[in-house]
Write a new protein. Structure first.
Length: 127
């Protein structure tokens, strides 16, 4: 198994450098690949911030990537439910924050939008 960095994921998804895209594709075609949560977070920030994708579109790209049979992801169940929350108005980072909090633990935030959208995932206290 090979753990990969954000830049490998981004090259594969946006295909904006022919050589690097071919190398990234080769890695994904030749063995098992492991992707950490921090790589997912950084990838979505690059896709939205640098490439101008909408958060839901970027999350869709990640969901398709993580659906490949040879791809493993850190905390797969948490990541899947966090990706499911993105089309409901949460950013992936916020959804991951909420999903990783221990069960029966309230979450406090000053972010009113997070408080509204995040209540679907867990109890939230808007400050």
């Amino acid at each position: 198994m090979l753990a990969i960095d954000t830049n490998v994921v981004v090259r594969l998804l946006v295909a904006d450098d022919e050589r690097q895209t071919a190398e990234a594709r080769s890695l994904f075609e030749t063995g098992e690949v492991w992707i950490g949560i921090t790589v997912l977070l950084e990838t979505i920030w690059v896709l939205t911030g640098v490439y101008g994708m909408k958060e839901a579109a970027a999350a869709g790209c990640l969901r398709r990537l993580l659906g490949l049979p040879n791809v493993r992801v850190e905390d797969a169940t948490i990541v899947a439910t966090a990706l499911d929350a993105v089309p409901c108005g949460l950013e992936l980072a916020d959804a991951l924050h909420l999903r990783r909090v221990p069960y029966q633990t309230e979450f406090a935030t000053f972010d009113r939008a997070l408080a509204r959208a995040g209540r679907k995932l867990r109890p939230i206290r808007a400050l």
